[in-house]
Write a protein that binds this ligand. Sequence first.
Ligand code: GLU
Length: 281
Amino acid sequence: MITRFAPSPTGPLHLGHAFSALTAFGLAKRSGGTCLLRIDDIDQARSRPEFEAMIFDDLAWLGLTWPEPVLRQSSSAPHLADALDRLAALGLIYPCSCSRRDIAEAAGAPQEGVPSHGPDGRIYPGTCRGRSLADRTPGDALRLDMARALALAGALPAFTEKGPERPGIHQFAEVDFTETIGDVVVSRKGGAPAYHLSVVIDDAAQKVSLVTRGLDLFDATPIHVLLQHLLGLPVPDYHHHRLIRDAAGKRLAKRDDARSLASYRAEGKSPADIRMMLGIS
Ligand code: GLU
């Protein structure tokens, strides 16, 4: 098996990342597989070389080793362009010039029983749907026309969840993609890659057979399986692990700098202390 730990170099790693990394590397070790390290640096505005250097340093300190070379998501542009061409040839993507504010205004007041946000953020109200790719301007994002994509995709493959929280085979009959997810962004304004497409392309390019990541991304998995299916890529197994929370029960985020691994290291904590704090033996 091949799994991966794929942090974004947009801040120092915290305990949640350590848990994700130790889980992924541990799963690979136990099954005689490989765990790759990938730098998910698609957010070029927020990615910083110093955070990338800290990732390597913190992971090595935890005792982890990974195969070289390490893939940077930013180097996958040619694969992404091919995938976008394929989606375009299928007539599934359209240009979108809406700002967050435009979307919020068009979405209007929330209605009871109708979800306003999904795994790709606010559910897109469809303002630019129907625009032709031929009039795309450089400032436009590209969105997947979800209703068309579903009609073309037909029956979606199931995926196997191997994590302890929601194990089993997950089908998509119960997911209402148009109501609860909507037209997701597949390329951002200015042509920057968008997360859902990048992650699917890179996992396939790296032959990842088990995607290890936090439960916060569980609801994004249907989007990834849909894209895999549309692009003719294999559907890997998934292992969504529990999230590490602070004392108040809040999920750790990068801005909780006090909990960075670097700060624990500076306090004199050892890798064994970190494992103990995370409940990993
Ligand atoms: N790069 C993503 C993150 O930092 C994880 C990618 C994934 O597992 O899909 O949250």
